[in-house]
Design a protein around this ligand. Structure first.
Ligand code: T4K
Length: 383
C-alpha cells in the first residue's frame, strides 16, 4: 500500500494513542517456565543462577568480556563513579536524561557542562578539552540516541590529561563500530534496560568493565560493600538485579535481533517519507557504525510553518505522543542552573537543538498504518 492511499483509511479508522515507545515483550507463556524455576528454587535475588546466566549471555551477545548487572541504569552510573573513585569535577553533557548528571550529584561531584556537536548531539571534544581544570578527574559522555561519541578524540583527551572516561551508554545497547561493541570504549560503560529502552528487563542496567578485578569491585559495591559474610570494605549500595529481571533478560535476548531489525525498517520508512517535508530534518545516523534505532529524533527547522512545540501539541491532539527528549536541558533544572557551566551563552548548540528536537514513536510493534498516520499529521500541518 502506498502512503497516499493509506492516509485516508488511517484518519478515519484508527485513533488509538501512539506513545513514543512501547516495551517489547515476549509471549507470556514462554516466561512461565522461568517463573516456575524461580518458584521452585526460592532464590529471588543476590546473584542467583539466572543472574549468573544472564551476565554471561549478555557479555556474549554484546561481545564484551565483563558485565555487572544492576537493578537500573542510574544506580549503575552512581556505582561506576564510586568504583573508579571519581571526585572533584566531571565534564559531561547537558543534552541527556537527568540521571546522567544526578549520578554525579549523588557522589558529591560537580558537573561541568560543555556544549554538544550539532551533528551527533554528543559532547563536542574541542569544548571538553577547553573545560578541563585541575579539579577535573573524569569525562562522562553520553552516546545520545545510540549514536556513538567521537570515542577516539575522547580517549585522546582522557589520556593526555590523565582523566577517567565513563560512558553513559544507556541508549547504546547493541551499537557497534568498526572494531566491535561501542561499549568496549573508555574505562567503564553503563547500560539501561528500562522499559523504554531498546532492550528491557522491566527495570535494569549494567556496567561493562574491562577486567575481572574491576568487575569484582563493582560487584562488591552493588552489594553494600560486602566481600564476605562479615566484611564490608566500602559504603556500597543495593544495586542488585533480581532473579525475575535476570530471567526475563535471558528470554529477551532471543528476540532482540528481530526487534532491532524492525526498528531499522521503521527508521527507513520515516526517513523516506519525511524527506519531502520542508523544514523537517531527520537527525543524521551514526557513520560507520551499526545503529540500534533506539529513538527517531527529528529537528523542526525554521522552514517548517509550526514551531516545535506547536507540532508537538498538534500530534498530541491526534493522540500521538512524541517526546521532546532532551528538553529542558539538564543545565536548566533548578539543582544545576546556578553552575557557571550552565549559563545558556556557554551552551548555544545544546539550547538550539533542545528547542527544535522531537522524538517520534519508534518500537517494534509500531505498524505501517501508524507510521503513515504520524507522517500524515506532520505533513498535513506543513500545508
Ligand atoms: N542515562 C540516560 C542517557 C538515560 O536516557 C537514562 C534513562 C538513564 C541514564 C537512567 O537509566 P534508568 O535508571 O532509567 O535505567 C524515560 C525513562 O524512564 C528513562 O529510563 C529514560 N532514560 C528516559 C529517556 O525516558 P520518561 O519519563 O520519558 O518515561 P515515561 O514513563 O514517560 O515513558 C515514555 C513512554 O513509554 C510512555 O508514554 C508510554 C511508554 N511506556 C513507558 C513505560 C515506563 C510503556 O509503554 N510502558 C512502560 O512501562 O523517562
Amino acid at each position: 500500500m502506498s502512503k497516499s492511499s493509506a492516509v485516508f483509511a488511517i484518519n478515519t479508522k484508527d485513533m488509538r494513542p501512539i506513545y513514543v515507545t512501547q516495551p517489547h515483550l515476549p509471549p507470556l507463556d514462554e516466561f512461565v517456565p522461568y517463573l516456575e524455576k524461580i518458584w521452585n528454587s526460592r532464590v529471588l535475588t543476590n546473584g542467583g543462577p539466572f543472574h549468573q546466566r544472564f551476565e554471561k549471555a549478555l557479555g556474549e551477545y554484546l561481545g564484551v568480556d565483563h558485565v555487572a548487572l544492576f537493578s537500573n541504569g542510574t544506580l549503575a552510573l552512581v556505582t561506576a563513579l564510586q568504583a573508579l573513585r571519581i571526585t572533584g569535577e566531571v565534564i559531561t553533557t547537558p543534552y541527556s536524561f537527568v540521571a546522567t548528571a544526578h549520578s554525579l550529584l549523588w557522589n558529591g561531584i560537580k558537573p561541568v557542562f560543555v556544549d554538544i556537536d550539532p551533528r551527533t548531539f554528543n559532547l563536542d571534544p574541542g569544548q571538553v578539552e577547553a573545560a578541563i581544570t585541575p579539579q577535573t578527574t573524569a569525562i562522562m559522555p553520553v552516546h545520545c540516541y545510540g549514536n556513538p561519541c567521537d570515542v577516539e578524540a575522547m580517549q585522546r583527551i582522557a589520556d593526555n590529561y590523565n582523566l577517567k572516561l565513563i560512558y553513559d551508554s544507556a541508549h547504546a545497547f547493541g551499537v557497534r563500530d568498526a572494531g566491535g561493541s561501542i561499549l568496549r570504549h573508555g574505562d567503564l560503560s553503563v547500560l539501561s534496560f528500562h522499559a523504554t529502552k531498546v532492550f528491557n528487563t522491566f527495570e535494569g542496567g549494567a556496567i561493562v568493565c574491562p577486567d575481572a578485578k574491576t568487575k569484582q569491585r563493582i560487584d562488591h559495591l552493588k552489594n553494600f560493600g560486602f566481600i564476605d559474610e562479615v566484611t564490608v570494605v566500602a559504603p556500597g549500595i543495593n544495586g542488585k538485579m533480581s532473579e525475575l529481571n535476570a530471567a526475563f533478560g535471558i528470554l529477551q535476548l532471543d528476540y532482540i535481533d528481530q526487534a532491532l531489525e524492525r526498528r531499522k525498517e521503521i527508521a527507513s520508512m520515516y526517513r523516506e517519507m519525511l524527506a519531502s517535508v520542508k523544514g523537517i530534518r531527520c537527525a543524521e545516523g551514526a557513520r560507520d557504525s551499526v545503529a540500534n534505532y533506539s529513538y527517531f529524533p527529528i529537528l523542526v527547522e525554521d522552514a517548517y510553518p509550526l514551531k516545535r512545540d506547536e507540532l508537538y501539541y498538534e500530534l498530541r491532539e491526534c493522540n500521538v505522543y512524541a517526546r521532546r527528549y532532551f528538553y529542558p536541558l539538564i543545565s536548566d533544572f533548578p539543582m544545576y542552573r546556578g553552575l557557571p557551566s550552565s549559563q545558556p551563552d556557554r551552551l548555544p548548540v545544546a539550547h538550539d537543538i533542545a528547542s527544535r528536537i522531537l522524538c517520534l514513536p519508534i518500537y517494534p510493534g509500531l505498524d505501517a498504518d501508524q507510521i503513515y498516520r504520524i507522517v500524515d499529521i506532520i505533513e498535513g500541518a506543513s500545508r
